[in-house]
Design a protein around this ligand. Structure first.
Ligand code: HEM
Length: 560
C-alpha cells in the first residue's frame, strides 16, 4: 500500500471516530436534557409524590408564574391547597420544597443549620452587593465571625450608644438621651418633611424615598459613626450609589444575576477591577445591560466602605484600644475594631477578622441594615395610613411621651406597648425580607420527607408569618391588637420569621426594631398619613427585599 493511501485510510478512520464522538456527545446531552426536564421530575425524583402544583412549563417550570405574581402570593395559594409541605419545580427541572411547621423550620434553621446552608448562588449575589461577611460565610467561619461580632450588637452596647447624643448636631451640641444619629436624623427628617407640607392639606410625598434616606443616615451613624446626611444632600455619593443599586432590584434582573454568578468565576469577576474597567461593554448586550450600573454602584460602595474602615483604623491607633473608655466611639464598627485589637494584644494567635473581612462587614451592615429598615418603616406607614383608628391610637400613646421627652431612650421605646404591637404586626404582615432559601448539603429526612442532597429549601417568610393554622382566619390582615393576646399555637421562634431564627438569624434585629420604633414615634407625633388617592393599592415588589414598586406615595399632613 502506498503511503498516500495509508494516510487517506487513517484520515477517514479518524473522521469516523470524531463523527462517532459527536454523535455520542450529542446523544448524551439530549439524554441529560430529557432526564433533567422530564424523566427526573416526572418519574424518578424521590420528591415526586410530595404534594404541589403541576410541573409547569418544560423549561421554566413554575418560575414564570412565581415572577409574575406579587411575592409570596402564589406560594400562599399552594400552601392553602396542598398543605404544609409543598414541592415546586422551578427552571430546568430544579425542585424546591416549602416547609411551614415549627418542627421543620427548627430542623433547617437550628438543629441541622450547618447542613442547610444558604445556596452558593445566593451567597455569590449577597457577596457582590453586601460583601463577603456574615451573610455569605458558612460553617466554622461563620461561627467564629458571629462570635466576634455578637457583643457589638448586645443590648448594653445598643443602650450605651446613648452617649453619642452629646455629639455636635448641625454645629450645636444638643444634649439628648437618644442615639445621636437618630436624634440628628429625626430632627432632620421632621424638618425636611415639614418644609414640604405647605398648608393644612399637606402634600403627597414618596415615603419610601424619605425612609431610605433616613435609614441610610442612621445606619451610617450607628454602625460606623459616618455622617452621610443624605436627607439634606441629594447628591450624597453613597446614597446615589444605593439608589442606583436598589433600582436594579427586580425578578428578571435577579434571574440575570443568578445566571452570571453561576458561571465559573462569574461572581469574582463582577467585583474585580477588570469588570469595573470594562463595565461599559455590558450595556451593548441587552440581556446583561443592567450589569453596568450594578458594577458601577457596588464599586462606589466598596470604595466608600474602604474609606470608612481606614478612618476607623486610624482612630483606633490614635485613641488606643480601651474598650471601656467612655469617650471612645460607640458605633458598631469602632467597637469591632477595638475588640479585634484588644483580642490580638492578648493572644496573637486568636481568631481575628482580616482587614478585608472587616471591610466586608461595612458592606454587610449597609446592605442588610439600610433598605430592610426603610421597607419596614414604609410598610408600617402604609398600613397605618389605611387604618386611621390604629394610627390615632398610636398617636395617643406616643404624643404625651414625646411631649415630655422628644428623645425617648431605649427603655422608654421598648415600653411603649401599642408602638410595639404596631411594629411587630407590620413586620409580620409585610416582612421586609419576604423569603429566603437554603439548600441541603446531605440527603436527610425533614418532617418525614426524604430530601435529596442539593434540594432547594424555600422558606416563605411572608407565608409563615401569615399562616392561618397559627394566626387564624384573619392572618393576612393588619390587627396590632393580636400581639396583646397571641394565639395558643404561636411559637415565639418559628411563627414570626421576619428576622429568621437560629445561628443565621438577623444580628441587627433588636437594633432594627428600636430604630423603627424611634422613627415611627417621631413621625406619628408630628404627621398624619393617608393614602395618596382613592383605591390606592400596595404594590410590593421583591428581589431580596420587599419594597413598594411605586415608591409609596402617601398624603402627609402636619398634626395640629
Ligand atoms: C427591619 C429590618 C431588618 C430585617 C427585616 C432583617 C431581616 C433579616 C433576615 C430575614 C435575615 C436572614 C437572611 C437569611 O438567612 O437568608 C437577616 C440576616 C442578617 N441581618 Fe438583618 N434585618 C434587618 C435589619 C438589620 C440591621 C439593622 C442589620 C445590621 C446593622 C442587619 C444585619 C444582618 C446580618 C449581618 C445578617 C446575617 C446574619 C448571619 O447570617 O449570621 N439586619 N436579616
Amino acid at each position: 500500500m502506498s503511503s498516500i493511501s495509508i494516510v487517506v485510510q487513517a484520515v477517514s478512520e479518524a473522521t469516523l471516530t470524531i463523527r462517532h464522538l459527536y454523535y455520542f456527545v450529542g446523544a448524551l446531552v439530549l439524554y441529560k436534557v430529557i432526564h433533567q426536564l422530564f424523566l427526573y421530575p416526572y418519574l424518578l425524583s424521590p420528591l415526586r409524590s410530595v404534594p404541589g402544583p403541576p410541573i409547569g412549563e418544560p423549561i421554566f417550570g413554575q418560575s414564570i408564574k412565581i415572577f409574575r405574581y406579587e411575592t409570596g402570593i402564589v406560594q400562599r395559594e399552594w400552601i392553602k391547597k396542598y398543605g404544609p409541605v409543598v414541592r415546586v419545580v422551578g427552571p430546568v427541572g430544579m425542585e424546591r420544597l416549602m416547609f411551614m411547621t415549627p418542627e421543620a423550620l427548627h430542623h433547617m434553621l437550628v438543629k441541622e443549620w450547618l447542613d442547610c446552608p444558604r445556596p452558593q448562588y445566593l451567597r455569590n449575589i449577597l457577596g457582590l452587593v453586601a460583601g463577603y461577611g456574615l451573610l455569605t460565610v458558612t460553617g466554622n467561619e461563620h461561627r467564629q465571625m458571629r462570635k466576634v461580632m455578637n457583643p457589638a450588637f448586645s443590648i448594653p452596647n445598643l443602650m450605651a450608644q446613648t452617649d453619642m447624643y452629646y455629639e455636635p448636631i448641625e454645629g450645636k451640641v444638643v444634649p439628648s438621651r437618644v442615639l445621636s444619629s437618630q436624634r440628628y436624623v429625626f430632627t432632620s427628617l421632621i424638618q425636611v418633611l415639614s418644609s414640604q407640607l405647605p398648608g393644612p392639606e399637606g402634600a403627597v410625598l414618596p415615603v419610601y424615598e424619605w425612609m431610605s434616606k433616613a435609614t441610610l443616615d442612621i445606619i451610617c451613624e450607628t454602625a460606623f459613626g459616618y455622617h452621610t446626611d443624605s436627607l439634606h444632600n441629594p447628591h450624597n455619593e453613597l446614597a446615589e450609589a444605593y439608589e442606583k443599586l436598589l433600582s436594579l432590584q427586580s425578578g428578571p434582573n435577579m434571574a440575570r444575576l443568578v445566571l452570571f454568578v453561576s458561571l465559573p468565576g462569574g461572581a469574582k469577576f463582577l467585583s474585580s477591577n477588570l469588570a469595573y474597567k470594562i463595565r461599559g461593554m455590558f450595556s451593548y448586550i441587552r440581556f446583561f445591560a443592567p450589569l453596568t450600573p450594578l458594577i458601577d454602584s457596588t464599586h462606589c460602595i466598596r470604595d466608600i466602605s474602604k474609606q470608612i474602615l481606614d478612618q476607623k483604623m486610624k482612630e483606633t491607633s490614635e485613641s488606643g484600644v480601651s474598650v471601656d473608655d467612655t469617650h471612645t466611639k460607640k458605633d458598631i464598627m469602632s467597637i469591632l475594631v477595638r475588640a479585634r485589637q484588644a483580642d490580638l494584644n492578648k493572644d496573637r494567635t486568636a481568631y481575628a477578622m482580616s482587614d478585608a473581612a472587616m471591610m466586608d462587614q461595612v458592606l454587610t451592615f449597609l446592605g442588610a441594615g439600610h433598605e430592610t429598615t426603610a421597607s419596614g418603616l414604609t410598610w408600617t406607614l402604609w398600613l397605618l395610613a389605611n387604618d386611621k383608628t390604629n394610627q390615632q391610637r398610636l398617636r395617643d400613646e406616643v404624643r404625651p411621651i414625646m411631649a415630655a421627652d422628644p428623645r425617648p431612650d431605649y427603655k422608654t421605646l421598648k415600653n411603649m406597648q401599642w408602638l410595639d404591637c404596631v411594629v411587630m404586626e407590620s413586620l409580620r404582615v409585610m416582612p421586609p425580607v419576604p423569603l429566603t432559601v437554603r439548600t441541603t448539603a446531605k440527603t436527610d429526612y425533614i418532617e418525614g420527607v426524604l430530601v435529596p442532597k442539593g434540594t432547594l429549601l424555600h422558606i416563605s417568610i411572608r407565608n409563615v408569618n401569615t399562616w392561618q393554622t397559627i394566626w387564624g382566619e384573619d392572618a393576612e390582615e393588619f390587627h396590632p391588637e393580636r400581639w396583646l393576646n397571641l394565639p395558643k399555637a404561636y411559637n415565639s421562634t418559628f411563627s414570626l420569621l421576619s428576622f429568621i431564627a437560629g445561628p443565621h438569624g438577623c444580628i441587627g434585629k433588636t437594633m432594627a426594631i428600636v430604630e423603627m420604633k424611634a422613627v415611627l414615634a417621631a413621625l406619628i407625633t408630628n404627621f398624619e398619613f393617608e393614602p395618596a388617592y382613592d383605591g390606592q393599592q400596595a404594590r410590593p415588589s421583591a428581589a431580596i427585599t420587599m419594597k413598594p414598586a411605586d415608591g409609596m406615595p402617601l398624603r402627609i399632613r402636619r398634626v395640629t
